[in-house]
Design a binder for this molecule. Structure first.
Ligand SMILES: NC(=O)c1ccc[n+]([C@@H]2O[C@H](COP(=O)([O-])OP(=O)(O)OC[C@H]3O[C@@H](n4cnc5c(N)ncnc54)[C@H](O)[C@@H]3O)[C@@H](O)[C@H]2O)c1
Length: 255
């Protein structure tokens, strides 16, 4: 898909990997709907991009919020044909700790935001895209979600987070199969350690220790390197139904 024909919705677009994706796609000629919580800095990101972006304060788990964002995109540019799911939350909590058993409310919330939130965006975008005219090879659109290497090598305290990321990887192929007759592709990126606000706020020494765990290159990933892969997936039609690790060969140890 040509970037100049792309109307992309990027969730979690206010920060980190989503922000870098919104900036890169817009630089390459796409129109970008920056979706993030109303309290986020999403409006600043849209302002930084300029005329090719709009911000929609939105909870990705809400049908009405996501529908409102799609309505806003349609009113301004047309039907969203690329959705990148970067919105997500993480918790670190052991199954059993001095405080007792891991509470189910936290476990469910992580699954709800990360898994149901990503699925909600894909199903609502797909519904609108289905009635648009197909392009080259019958292609209509592309969906990219964000798992994590924790989907495969989750660490101590990551039961909820790893379960949510494994679910995102697990639904990638069935989503691609569900949507294949409509010319929509579905891929997932499983990042290793990226220097987003969460990691960048750690002391330099801790960041260096984390970086040393990466075989090569021995550093944290730059969010724009994630965005580069998004750009590639959007433009390469043979990529479909796959979860791609982006991690410098990192395999996470137990802790
Ligand atoms: N940074 C890393 O090293 C790394 C590694 C592996 C996976 N990931 C995954 O990549 C994604 C982005 O991570 P990041 O580091 O950029 O995080 P981040 O915290 O910088 O950005 C996440 C954004 O999601 C938004 N968000 C959270 N809940 C939301 C909701 N219900 N509705 C709408 N927006 C919501 C937050 O407001 C925030 O702006 C996450 O899914 C994360 O699990 C990150």
């Amino acid at each position: 898909m040509e970037l100049s024909n792309v109307i992309a919705l990027v969730t979690g677009g206010a920060s980190g990997l989503g922000r870098a994706t919104a900036l890169r796609l817009a630089r390459k000629g796409a129109k970008v709907v920056v979706v993030d919580l109303p309290v986020s800095h999403g409006a600043n990101v849209a302002e930084e991009i300029g005329d090719n972006a709009l911000f929609c304060g939105c909870d990705v788990t809400s049908e009405s919020d996501v529908s409102a964002a799609l309505d806003a995109a349609e009113a301004r540019w047309g039907t969203v044909n690329v959705a990148v799911n970067c919105a997500g939350i993480a918790v670190a909590k052991r199954t059993l700790s001095k405080g007792g058993a891991h509470d189910l409310a936290t476990f469910s919330k992580v699954l709800h935001v990360n898994v149901a939130g990503s699925f909600n965006v894909i199903r609502l975008v797909a519904q609108r895209l289905a009635s648009t005219e197909a392009g080259v090879d019958g292609e209509r659109g592309v969906f990219i979600s964000t798992a994590s290497v924790a989907a495969f090598d989750g660490q101590i305290g990551q039961a909820a987070y790893a379960a949510s990321k494994a679910a995102i990887a697990g639904m990638t192929l069935p989503l691609a199969r569900d949507l294949m007759h409509l010319g929509m592709r579905v891929c997932t990126i499983a990042p290793g350690l990226f220097k987003t606000p969460m990691l960048a706020s750690l002391p330099d020494q801790v960041q260096n220790e984390l970086a040393k765990q990466v075989p090569f290159p021995q550093r944290l990933g730059d969010p724009d390197e994630y965005a580069q892969l998004v750009e590639h997936i959007v433009s390469n039609r043979m990529l479909n139904g796959e979860t791609i690790r982006l991690d410098g060969a990192l395999r996470m140890p137990p802790k």
